[in-house]
Design a binder for this molecule. Sequence first.
Ligand SMILES: Nc1ncnc2c1ncn2[C@@H]1O[C@H](COP(=O)(O)OP(=O)(O)OP(=O)(O)O)[C@@H](O)[C@H]1O
Ligand SMILES: O=C(O)[C@H](O)COP(=O)(O)O
Length: 388
Amino acid sequence: MQSLDDIDLEGERVILRTDLNLPVEEGEPQKTVRFERYLETIEELSDRGAKVVVVAHQGRPARKDFLSLEKHSEILSDSLGKEVSFVPSFFGPELGETVARMQEGGVAMLENIRFLSEELQNASPERHANDFFVQRISKYFDIYVDDAFSAAHRSHGSMVGFTEKLDSYAGPIMEKELESCSKIREEFDSGVLVLGGEKPSDLTGIINELIGSVDKVLLGGIPGELALIAEGKDLGEKQDWIEEKGLDSKKEELLELIEQHEEKFLLPEDVATDSGNYEVGEISQEEMTWDIGETTAEKFAEEIRNADAVMMKGPMGAFEEHPEGTQKVVNAIAENNGFTVLGGGHTSSLVQRFDHELDEFSHVSIAGGAFVRFMSGEKLPAVEALEN
Ligand SMILES: Nc1ncnc2c1ncn2[C@@H]1O[C@H](COP(=O)(O)OP(=O)(O)OP(=O)(O)O)[C@@H](O)[C@H]1O
Ligand SMILES: O=C(O)[C@H](O)COP(=O)(O)O
């Protein structure tokens, strides 16, 4: 894998794939740890005299956070203290003209790359190299830099296609995450795994991989709710919500894992809804669960404080409106002086949200899906594309 440390970037026209997919609250992208890290990459490339066009995605089609990157470019411009040209179209003359006009150190940002349907096909680098978009815009650039470790599990056009067309390099975040996550894979062989968030189907791989070595698996967030549903507990409205969103695809596999390793799993005993705290089994049909309850949060925190190592992926609840359970768990991890790891775009944003510092944790990965796949021993297509 080629490193940017080995080349002179002065005057080079760089297409930089970032993962500026940010949590969005009330329509506003949030300046999280992920944003701060990409700011460093963009600043570095710009300071080294490159002409940088930033490529990123935001959300997925049909989701609330599937938005234009125009606001991201404004936030980026404010943070860099210099103009960032926003290029809204993929196929007009604007991108070529913008690159041609750029001075050394100039920065531009392209519209949400997932607005292009061809981007979202999971296809080989060879196939994506033939995408109309990849073919057309490769000619404006000298090099491709992939710094989007957190999207490296997607074999999408902008993640793998350019590696076939341009001299390609791993960016600093890609390099650092690969190094740190490799070390974590070797070192994390006991302690507590804390899993939450909104994508239970991402998690059975990491449970399978680590269940033999960890002492406990604490399930919160939607994985915790899905586990309760799988065990036949009544979660009222939330059950339909989870099914409608198709979040229950790994329900049986999760149940099997829990039954096989019953002594290791801790599931929520109580939950929080808009109206208060309820024991599982006592939630009224009209209510939606949004967080683990107080007793559960206290039990999870106790396990975490006593563990020699902790890895957390995914918040314990919809923390944007209901932060209590997640905050208690993150505070307990920060208090633990052992080996502690947070993984996930939303999860890493909790460090700032709950007034912690990054150095209170051994490693904070800004990757979610890529992080768990890497920990599960899966190959990441974008990493392979950079290696070949
Ligand atoms: N019980 C719950 N009900 C509804 N939403 C939930 C619940 N628990 C967590 N969430 C939502 O999950 C989202 C975060 O989960 P997600 O899996 O995306 O985070 P992550 O693990 O940090 O990974 P990513 O890198 O994808 O952000 C938040 O927006 C939060 O509101
Ligand atoms: O936040 C993430 O995990 C990455 O941006 C990947 O997003 P995706 O799961 O929508 O592909």
